[in-house]
Design a protein. Structure first.
Length: 260
């Protein structure tokens, strides 16, 4: 089993090692780690879809945990938090993790199954290590006896179409602006605002089709084919050739507003 663990523990946090150990006890396999910013359900949902809907090993589980415990503002009893869910993607990828914020937003319209998982919502401050791995492993092995009620996709938030989704290691800013919603001519000048910072940019249908030092607003490398339909989803990206778009815009955080 190829397991992708997406969580907001922080790069290098030993919490990844603790959860990995528990998962491998229950489900031997190979684990790939993806760290997202603290409490960033948007980044979590983005990577669930980007990794889950694109080609990969046949036997795959995405196990995710980003649980801000913001579904109830009252004091928590027994460390209770958002509930565990299961989604089955069209390519057979199984997705198990907490339903919080935007974690399921990018896949809700593609999932062939979308259910609550009947496990405790409390019992530990570290539920992704102490409570959830056995349920995730059982589901990955084909045991669906823990599945509860189906989730209504309409009750899951839609993907906001104007946010920073991710900043990659080169300083490129991946956004949640769908390329098919951008009606601009190639090489058109455009003004971009990210947070409180504004910059001129050039719309491009390919990021490298701009001179060195130019900020491009272009369909990026992230997206996926639309299951059972023609076409694909592509997300717009801000790319400063020879520099960092992230630095240009004052080091914005994931989830900040993007306007053009």
């Amino acid at each position: 089993m190829f397991i992708t663990l997406i969580a907001d523990y922080g790069n290098g946090d030993p919490a990844f090692a603790e959860v990995t150990q528990r998962l491998l006890v229950e489900l031997p396999g190979q684990i790939n780690l993806v760290s997202v910013p603290a409490f960033s359900t948007l980044a979590t949902g983005f990577w669930i879809a980007q990794l889950g809907l694109n080609p990969g090993p046949q036997e795959r589980l995405i196990y995710h945990n980003c649980a801000p415990r913001q579904d109830d503002k009252q004091p928590r009893q027994d460390n209770e938090g958002e509930g565990l869910t299961y989604a089955l993607l069209p390519n057979g990828v199984k997705v198990v993790g907490v339903n919080a914020g935007y974690t399921l937003s990018f896949i809700k319209d593609y999932a062939q199954m979308l259910h609550v998982v009947k496990v405790s919502r409390g019992g530990s401050q570290f539920r992704s290590r102490d409570v959830f791995p056995s349920a995730a492993a059982a589901i990955a092995k084909g045991d669906l006896s823990l599945l509860g009620a189906a989730l209504d996709p309409s009750l899951i938030p839609d993907v906001p179409g104007d946010r920073v989704a991710w900043i990659d290691g080169y300083g490129n800013i991946k956004t949640t602006i769908a390329a098919h919603n951008v009606n601009l001519s190639p090489e058109a000048k455009v003004v971009i605002r990210v947070g409180d910072v504004v910059s001129d940019a050039i719309y491009s249908d390919g990021s490298f089709k701009v001179p060195e030092g130019t900020l491009a607003f272009a369909p990026g490398s992230s997206g996926w084919s639309v299951p059972n339909h023609s076409g694909s989803v592509r997300w717009m990206e801000l790319f400063l050739r020879g520099g960092s778009a992230w630095e240009r815009f004052g080091r914005p955080r994931v989830n900040q507003l993007v306007r053009f």
